[in-house]
Write a protein that binds this ligand. Structure first.
Ligand SMILES: CC(C)(COP(=O)(O)OP(=O)(O)OC[C@H]1O[C@@H](n2cnc3c(N)ncnc32)[C@H](O)[C@@H]1OP(=O)(O)O)[C@@H](O)C(=O)NCCC(=O)NCCS
Length: 188
């Protein structure tokens, strides 16, 4: 499980640590996932999450009952974002993203809007990829940002991902099917 300072060399102020099944983590997720500036890019402004919905959707992850693993990103001891990873084979909708899903992991992530544009997420993505390669035996890590989300595409590129292909009408977002971009980083 990641519980580590982020970046190389490690920056002691940055940490990814497992999501906890407690009030503080639920309140943090509800704060992010009810903010329209974030929801525009993640989850959708038509479906904000309060703490009860967070408990429903993220409780199983926090208790280790889901194949998806959740992590809070912390900066200087304060939560600033959320990262998750999952084996592609675990979910029907991700199994066919790559020709051979065995050993392939997917990642998703967000930061609170006040923390954008400071280069935090590329360093955190890098740390998560290293964890998946070195401790979970991943052969490749993929992500599927929306094609109209240049910040996320760029953050992945800065973390060493390359564009593989466009995924047409791949994700339902705010009532419409949106194109996404499959991006991957392969273990050398
Ligand atoms: C995506 C996200 C995690 C990026 O994290 P971040 O720490 O802000 O990333 P960075 O600081 O590296 O900035 C992103 C890059 O995008 C670039 N960028 C920003 N707006 C852009 C635009 N409109 N067009 C092109 N590039 C843009 C920035 O210039 C920066 O690249 P640079 O350092 O080469 O200049 C963060 O913006 C976020 O949480 N967004 C909302 C949720 C989300 O989109 N999650 C991903 C879902 S797949």
């Amino acid at each position: 499980m990641i519980q580590t300072a982020v970046a190389d060399p490690p920056d002691p102020a940055l940490l990814l640590r497992p999501l906890r099944d407690d009030l503080a983590d639920r309140a943090f997720l509800a704060r992010g996932l009810s903010d329209p500036r974030l929801l525009e890019w993640y989850h959708g402004r038509d479906d904000p999450l309060d703490e009860a919905r967070v408990a429903e959707e993220y409780g199983p992850l926090a208790r280790g009952e889901s194949p998806t693993r959740g992590f809070l990103a912390e900066e200087g001891g304060a939560p600033v974002g959320y990262f998750q990873c999952y084996p592609l084979e675990a979910w029907p909708e991700t199994r066919s993203l790559v020709p051979d899903a065995a050993g392939a992991w997917g990642i998703d992530y967000w930061l609170l809007p006040g923390r954008w544009h400071r280069g935090l997420s590329p360093r955190m993505i890098e740390s998560m990829v290293r964890h998946l390669f070195e401790e979970r035996g991943a052969a490749r890590v993929v992500s599927d940002p929306r094609a109209d989300n240049p910040r996320s595409v760029r953050a992945l590129e800065k973390a060493g991902f390359r564009r593989v292909r466009v995924l047409p009408a791949h994700e339902r977002h705010e009532g419409a099917m949106r194109d996404c971009v499959l991006m991957e980083r392969v273990r050398r």
